[in-house]
Design a protein around this ligand. Structure first.
Ligand SMILES: Nc1nc2c(c(=O)[nH]1)N[C@H]1C(S)=C(S)[C@@H](COP(=O)(O)O)O[C@H]1N2
Ligand SMILES: [Mo]
Length: 334
C-alpha cells in the first residue's frame, strides 16, 4: 500500500485548483440538461480508449519517437537573467504541473507521456508578410539558443524557479515578419483528444489559447522554452515548445505550442473565456491585487515550507513596467 503524505507546500488539490470550481459548476449545468445519468461520463469514455488495437499501437509508437534535438543541450546560460532564490528541485518542477489537456490534477506527468512530439509543425499565420509552416527542428536550427533562470508564479499562489532553455520570443517574431497592422500574437496549443484525454471534457473551450501584445512578445523577457534543467523539455512541462513570461501569472505561459497568429484584435485566452472576472488578458503579477477568491500577497515556493512575499511583476518590473505606463484604463493585474 502506498500512502502519500502531502508536503507542507502542497495544498489539497481542491483548493489549489480554483479553476475546478468553475468546471464543477459547468458540469452540473451540463449534467442537469443531459439528465443525471451522464454525470462525469465524457471524461470516463475518453480515458479508456480500448477499441482498435492497431490504433492503440500507433498511438504508443508515436509517443515513443525520440526527440532528435536532445544532442543540442545544454545551451549557454545568459547571465542577464539570474535569480534571488535557489532553483526548484527538478523532480518537483517536473511532477507538480498544470496541464489541463491531461487532467485537472497536478499529477499528470505520466499521462503527458502519451503526447507525440515529432513530427511537430509550427504554423505562422495571420498578418505576416507570408504565412508559413516550419518543423520544430528547422526552427531550432534558426534560433539563438540560450539558457535563462526564471521565476514562475502560478495564479494559484505557488511558485518555482527553473532554468529554461530556448530562445527569445523576439527571434521568432522577427522570423515571422508581421505586418505593421499586427498588434497582438495569438498562440495556440495542439489539439489531440486521443492522447490528451482532458480535451474530451467538452465544457472547456479547447484548444488552449493565449495572447500577448506585440510589444510584450518582443520584450527582452518573453521567452520560448524548448527545454529545462539543461535537457529537452519534459512533455508535462510543455514539450516541444512553450512560452515563459515570468512577469505574468503562470496560465499565460502556454504549453504544447503549434500556432502563432498575428492579429490586430486582442485574442481571448482560454481562462479568460471561461471566467474573465478572475483571469484577464494582461494577468501581470501584483501582490496588491487579490484574486476575487484569495490573496496574491504571498506565495508557496515548491519544496519550501512557509510563504514568501510576492513581488510586483513577479520581480521583473525593471524589464516590463514601461510596457504598461500609458494603460491606466486596463485591468493590468487580473
Ligand atoms: N496548454 C496549456 N498550457 C498551460 C496550462 C494548461 O493547462 N494547458 N497551464 C498553465 C498554468 S496554470 C501554469 S501554472 C503553467 C504550469 O507550468 P509547469 O507545469 O511547467 O509548472 O502552465 C501553463 N500553461
Ligand atoms: Mo497556473
Amino acid at each position: 500500500m502506498l500512502i502519500r503524505i502531502p508536503k507542507g507546500w502542497e495544498l489539497p488539490e481542491s483548493a489549489a485548483t480554483p479553476e475546478s470550481l468553475f468546471r464543477d459548476r459547468r458540469r452540473l449545468i451540463k449534467a442537469a440538461a443531459a439528465g443525471p445519468i451522464l454525470l462525469g461520463m465524457p471524461a470516463l469514455l475518453a480515458a479508456c480508449d480500448d477499441g482498435d488495437p492497431a490504433a492503440k499501437a500507433a498511438l504508443e509508437a508515436g509517443a515513443k519517437i525520440p526527440d532528435p534535438s536532445a544532442k543540442l543541450y545544454p545551451f549557454d546560460r545568459n547571465p542577464k537573467f539570474t535569480l534571488d532564490r535557489p532553483l526548484t528541485a527538478e523532480r518537483l518542477a517536473t511532477t507538480y504541473n498544470n496541464y489541463y489537456e491531461f487532467g485537472s490534477s497536478k499529477n499528470i506527468h505520466e499521462k503527458a507521456q502519451r503526447l507525440p512530439i515529432r513530427p511537430w509543425t509550427i504554423t505562422i499565420a495571420g498578418q505576416v508578410e507570408k504565412e508559413f509552416e516550419i518543423g520544430m527542428d528547422d526552427l531550432l536550427a534558426k534560433m539563438p539558443l540560450e539558457e535563462r533562470l526564471y521565476r514562475h508564479r502560478c495564479v494559484e499562489a505557488w511558485s518555482m524557479a527553473v532554468p529554461w532553455s530556448g530562445f527569445a520570443m523576439k527571434a521568432l517574431v522577427d522570423l515571422a515578419r508581421p505586418l505593421s497592422s499586427a498588434k497582438y500574437v495569438k498562440m495556440v496549443t495542439f489539439e489531440n483528444p486521443k492522447v490528451a484525454s482532458g480535451q474530451s471534457e467538452s465544457w472547456y473551450p479547447w484548444p488552449y489559447v493565449e495572447g500577448l501584445s506585440l510589444a510584450e512578445a518582443t520584450n527582452d523577457l518573453a521567452f520560448l522554452a524548448t527545454g529545462v534543467y539543461g535537457k529537452t523539455m519534459p512533455k508535462q512541462n510543455g514539450a516541444p515548445l512553450r512560452l515563459a513570461v515570468p512577469w505574468k501569472y503562470g496560465f499565460k505561459s502556454i504549453k504544447g505550442l503549434v500556432r502563432f497568429e498575428f492579429t490586430d484584435k486582442r485574442p481571448v485566452s482560454f481562462w479568460e473565456q471561461l471566467q474573465n472576472r478572475e483571469y484577464g488578458f494582461w494577468a501581470n503579477v501584483n501582490p496588491e491585487v487579490p484574486h476575487p477568491r484569495w490573496s496574491q500577497a504571498t506565495e508557496r515556493v515548491l519544496g519550501v515550507n512557509g510563504r514568501v512575499p510576492t513581488l510586483l511583476y513577479n520581480g521583473y518590473g525593471e524589464f516590463v513596467a514601461d510596457l504598461y505606463k500609458d494603460m491606466s484604463g486596463e485591468k493590468l493585474f487580473l
